[in-house]
Design a protein around this ligand. Structure first.
Ligand SMILES: [Mg+2]
Length: 173
């Protein structure tokens, strides 16, 4: 059950204390795309997203968009934000996480994943032992598969709150 609990839980990617992450030794940020960085309705990055990514790169972070979505969805973000991308990641499976660790030569203590889904982003990250940050989904509009996933997630969140491990809307850093 503990594998479903994020290390940090904040409102959105704009509320994360990136300075603190840096101080904790984080060097690489894996960003989930859909409903974490942008809602499905947005096909390319807005100015607000661009500004955040510029700031993070200036701070020295390696940024990788790490998404279960296909290459075609990620391409405009990759091009305009000038970051690396991993598509069709099949989170929570650990294969692509392991690949990133191997490819970029980061240790688990140097990587964080930021995502809006406990079943994919948080569980996947916790399985490999990297830091996990949960944010609230930007929009209620989701892909068919994600909708199914959300039902299971709601069930897990219910169980977690009964065990006093996690509460929706109760933020912590
Ligand atoms: Mg997402």
């Amino acid at each position: 059950m503990e594998n479903y609990v994020p290390d940090l839980y904040v409102k959105s990617i704009y509320y994360v204390d990136y300075k603190k992450l840096k101080e904790r030794g984080i060097k690489c940020i894996l960003f989930d795309l859909d409903n974490t960085v942008a809602p499905l309705s947005i096909k390319k990055p807005t100015k607000k997203i661009k500004d955040l990514f510029i700031k993070l790169k200036d701070m020295g972070f390696k940024i990788i968009i790490f998404s279960n979505s296909p290459k075609s969805r990620l391409k405009p973000f990759k091009d305009e934000l000038e970051v690396d991308c991993a598509f069709s990641c099949k989170k929570p499976m650990r294969r692509k996480f392991d690949l990133i660790l191997k490819l970029y030569k980061f240790s688990v203590s140097e990587i964080v994943i930021i995502g809006d889904n406990i079943i994919t982003d948080v569980l996947g990250g916790n399985k490999v032992g990297i830091t996990t940050i949960l944010v609230n989904p930007i929009s209620a509009k989701e892909r068919f598969f994600t909708k199914i996933c959300r039902k299971y997630e709601a069930h897990i969140i219910n169980k977690l709150s009964k065990k006093e491990l996690f509460y929706r809307g109760k933020y912590y850093e």
